[in-house]
Design a protein around this ligand. Sequence first.
Ligand code: NAG
Ligand code: NAG
Length: 232
Amino acid sequence: MCWCLCFFILITGVYTTFQGHSHISNNLKFSIVSRRNSTGHWIAQVELKHGAESKEAGPWEVDVDQTTTKYGDFETIVIAAEIAAPPRGIATKLLEPPQDYKHLPSQGFYKFHRDQSTWLVARLKCEEEGTHLAIINSPREALAVTSLWVREPKLFNDWRDDWAFIGFHDLYDEGQYVTVFNQSLQDAGYATWFKGEPDGEMSQNCGLININSQLGTIFCSQKLPFICEYND
Ligand SMILES: *[C@@H]1O[C@H](CO)[C@@H](O)[C@H](O)[C@H]1NC(C)=O
Ligand SMILES: *[C@@H]1O[C@H](CO)[C@@H](O)[C@H](O)[C@H]1NC(C)=O
C-alpha cells in the first residue's frame, strides 16, 4: 500500500473592515506539520497565527474537510482547511451609484463582475465600490438581476457560466441563511431554491443565484463571477 498525504490550504479572502476601510489582512501565518507516529498514524497539526487590531477581531470560521481517494493501491488523503473571517461592518454608503453600474428600473443599480472571486473577496470588492453583494428582495428583482448576464459571453463553458455569487451565507449558523445585512432570506423577500438546494452540506456556506433566478449554495472558496448592488 502506497500512501500520499497532501494538504490543500485555502485562505479565502480573510478580511476585515476597520474604521470604514476594508483591507485584506496580510499579517497571517498559516502552518501545517505532519508526521507519522510510532503506531503508524498520520498526525497533522494546523496552526494559524494572525495579528488583529482590537476592533477587527470578528468571528473566525474554520472548516476542515478530509477526503480519501483510492486509485488502485495508491491512496491520496486531502485535508482542506478553509478559514473565513466575516467583516464586522459595512463600508460607507455612496451618494451616487458607481458609473459602471447598470440601472434596472424600480429595482436598483447592479454590476455583474466577470472577474471570478471567492465569496469573501467578492464581498470585499463590492464594499470597495461602496456597494454590497446583491440581495434579492422579490421575485421581480430575481428576474431583473438574472437579465444582467444573458448577453455575457461564456467564461467557462460549464455550469459556472450559469451561476454568480450574491449576498447571503450561513457562516454564522449552519443552515440559517442570512443576507450580508443579517436578514433571513424570508425576511429579505426571496427564497426560491434550485432543485435539491440547500443540500445541507456543512461546508457549502456561501450563496449564489443562477440564470433561472434560483438560489444555491457552494464552497466559499469557489471562484465565480458575482453581482454587486447599489440601492439609492
Ligand atoms: C498515534 O496516533 C493515534 C491517533 O491520534 C493515537 O491513537 C495513537 O495512540 C498514537 N500512537 C502513539 C504511540 O502515540
Ligand atoms: C450578524 O449576526 C451574527 C450572529 O447573530 C453576529 O455575530 C454578527 O455580528 C451580525 N453582523 C452584523 C453585520 O450585524
